[in-house]
Design a protein around this ligand. Sequence first.
Ligand SMILES: NC(=O)c1ccc[n+]([C@@H]2O[C@H](COP(=O)([O-])OP(=O)(O)OC[C@H]3O[C@@H](n4cnc5c(N)ncnc54)[C@H](OP(=O)(O)O)[C@@H]3O)[C@@H](O)[C@H]2O)c1
Length: 272
Amino acid sequence: MSSAVAKRLEGKTIVITGASSGIGRSTALEFARTAPRNGLKLVLTARRIDALRQLAEDIASEAGPGNNVRVLPFRLDVSNPDEVRGFVAALPEEFRDIDILVNNAGLVKGVARAPEIAEVDINIMFATNVTGLINMTQAVLPIFLARDGGRGDIINIGSIAGREPYPGGGIYCATKAAVRSFTDSLRKELIATRVRIAEIDPGQVETEFSIVRFYGDKAKADAVYAGCEPLTPEDIAEIVVFVAGRRENVVVADTLVFPNHQAGAGILHKKT
Ligand SMILES: NC(=O)c1ccc[n+]([C@@H]2O[C@H](COP(=O)([O-])OP(=O)(O)OC[C@H]3O[C@@H](n4cnc5c(N)ncnc54)[C@H](OP(=O)(O)O)[C@@H]3O)[C@@H](O)[C@H]2O)c1
């Protein structure tokens, strides 16, 4: 017997950006766990293709014998507009009829404050978090609009940083504020269709996020989570699948998620 959510996900083709790690990786696993026998097609994208291939194997073993989840690991750099423009056409035909796009790829670089923020970091954060997300949306949206007068889901991963800017996060916060603004515009622009636009804004989640922020310095990344219990990527993945798995008339438009010790971007209660 299938759950209601598994039935609603029946036969869906789901694209996840940034699936090689953290929230994106967990989201791929959670979709497969939720609907292992419902003909899901998962297009898992990121720059690290080896990690995506490993994830495909992990999904096959977790979903178990008899599962019919089909997984396509696909190398895609969302910060490269040419790659994104060619993305849909480069998919094998059977993976092209996309139903759900999870715009998750994103990153933060450094904690520098103006006027010391490196130009290279500014550019990569905007190119990935903002332009990448917008370009992916524009690449996939025509597929949704061509379906029954407009049908499909876009789930954008924003951040508390997009709501509450903090010192040392000026660029990252600006990118996530841009995601929030674009997402809200899009929902309004598409009101005459059945396309659902959702944003999920996590607080602190322990992933590779802080390792990337500190340019690979694991000790600095670990210090971020010392004395507290951050969210896990699975916590966010469960919400993504919940949002995608609602009845078609239900739009979970906007979700803010904290671990219990957090109440804002800089409001963290740590054990001393
Ligand atoms: N962790 C947190 O505390 C937190 C809080 C709020 C929001 N978020 C947001 O959650 C999302 C996922 O982050 P995470 O925490 O799961 O971090 P993560 O473990 O570092 O994962 C980030 C993912 O994004 C991918 N990515 C980065 N640049 C990319 C590019 N140019 N093209 C394609 N993929 C790219 C990475 O894959 P490759 O390196 O293989 O390309 C990786 O799979 C991000 O949008 C982040 O801003 C995180």
